[in-house]
Design a protein around this ligand. Structure first.
Ligand SMILES: NC(=O)c1ccc[n+]([C@@H]2O[C@H](COP(=O)([O-])OP(=O)(O)OC[C@H]3O[C@@H](n4cnc5c(N)ncnc54)[C@H](OP(=O)(O)O)[C@@H]3O)[C@@H](O)[C@H]2O)c1
Length: 377
């Protein structure tokens, strides 16, 4: 009998639980483990998933474990004990949607800072998890959800980047595929979209139907032939927030979970696949990727060079509030974005060395809690 493939989901929040749940609904030989820091949450979530799967005729092997990512040695022990083939990181000190729970006008003001200044909230738990990955000696493929577009190029500097990210660039590809297929009178199965876009652009596309001041790259192929020039792609994108609008917010993380599964399932099952992903092999931003025998190969739109794709992603990064990620991992923030954080939260950080990230994350947490208290009526 084949050994079951082992997948560890590290982070038992909304996205981690969704992905864990879906991974357990499979006829594949899998053992899926959910790792959280609260026994009650992790146990209940694991049992819920098991019972749902049983109800639908599956017989999954699921388990749960506990660690706090700040305890690197304990996390490493957990990883070594489970010996996963694939690790999915879904932990964050403050997910993107948390600012939307502020009072409405406070949310609008803080939202104007864009995502870049919040980087430490995603970078630090990933850095801790990756320290544990190294310490454990695991050979697992590590897939990360937390702002891979910027977290991975920063952590590459110290050899701690996860292998690949999920979501962001990927989250709009099905909508663009559907819009193009309907326009062409074809099935979505006949249409292949190749999108190059930073988190900033992917966040914007579904809300505004364009990439705003940032660049993006889009190629559309049908039956293996590039038909981009035959389509009004700007008009297609404008339809994303119109007739192709979808449920967003926390409920919309169903889309993110599907993007995560598009990467995780081929890796877990040892299949090749073509996906979209941010932060592949430590790269900045997102682009299409061929997964081949567990390795990753960029699959850019026809005629686009690696340098052009990188420049597109750098332009999105600037709009997201990050001016530069230096070769040593130091992150330089855009003054305009940081000015919003200073005005609203009293937080100011022109640049951040990786060794300062933990302190910065703590400071943002404290300032954000105080801001919430101040702006709550
Ligand atoms: N790439 C994309 O397209 C995309 C889309 C959606 C979300 N995301 C990202 O995915 C990440 C997770 O999002 P989410 O919505 O699932 O957030 P969430 O519900 O807040 O979950 C985050 C989880 O991280 C855990 N955590 C925080 N600190 C920890 C620590 N020291 N040790 C262990 N666990 C810790 C939290 O544990 P507790 O519950 O105990 O606090 C929580 O369960 C975020 O970075 C988010 O921005 C990415």
């Amino acid at each position: 009998m084949n050994q079951p493939r082992k997948i560890m989901v590290l982070g038992a929040g909304d996205l981690g639980r969704r992905v864990f749940h879906e991974l357990a609904h499979s006829t594949g030989e899998r053992h899926v483990q959910l790792v959280g820091r609260d026994e009650e949450v992790a146990l209940r979530a694991t049992n819920l998933t098991r019972f749902c799967a049983v109800q639908r005729g599956y017989a999954p092997t699921v388990s749960h474990a506990l660690t706090d990512l700040t305890d690197v040695a304990r996390t490493a022990e957990r990883i070594a004990a489970f010996a996963p083939d694939v690790i999915f990181l879904a932990a964050s000190y403050q997910s993107w949607w948390v600012i939307s729970t502020l009072e409405a006008s406070a949310f609008q003001r803080v939202y104007a800072a864009n995502y870049g200044p919040w980087l430490p909230m995603h970078l630090v738990p990933v850095m801790k998890a990756m320290e544990a990955v190294k310490l454990s000696g695991t050979e697992a493929v590590v897939v990360n959800a937390a702002y891979p577009d910027a977290v991975h190029p920063a952590l590459t500097a110290i050899g701690l980047s996860p292998h690949i990210g999920i979501g962001n660039v990927a989250n709009n590809v099905p909508g663009i595929t559907a819009a193009a297929a309907d326009e062409l009178g074809r099935s979505t199965a006949d249409v292949e979209v190749r999108l190059v876009a930073h988190h900033y652009v992917s966040h914007r596309l579904s809300r505004h139907g364009n990439s705003g001041p940032a660049a993006m790259g889009l190629g559309i192929r049908v039956d293996g032939r590039d038909v981009t020039a035959e389509l009004d792609t700007a008009a297609l994108l404008r339809r994303l927030p119109a007739q192709y609008r979808r449920t967003g917010g926390l409920a919309g993380q169903t889309m993110t979970a599907a993007s995560a599964l598009s990467v995780l399932e081929p890796l877990a099952d040892g299949r090749d696949a073509v996906v979209h992903a941010p932060g592949t092999d430590g790269a900045l931003g997102g682009f299409p990727v061929a997964i081949e025998s567990g390795k990753f190969r960029p699959l850019l739109p026809d005629g686009m060079t690696d340098e052009e794709a990188h420049a597109i992603n750098v332009s999105g990064q600037a709009q997201d509030g990050i001016r530069e990620i230096r070769a040593d991992g130091t992150v330089v923030f855009e003054p305009a974005s940081m000015a919003v954080m200073t005005e609203e939260l009293g937080y100011d950080c022109a640049e951040m060395k990786l060794s300062e990230a933990e302190g910065r994350a703590r400071e943002i947490s404290e300032r954000f809690a105080a801001y919430r208290a101040r702006t709550t009526g």
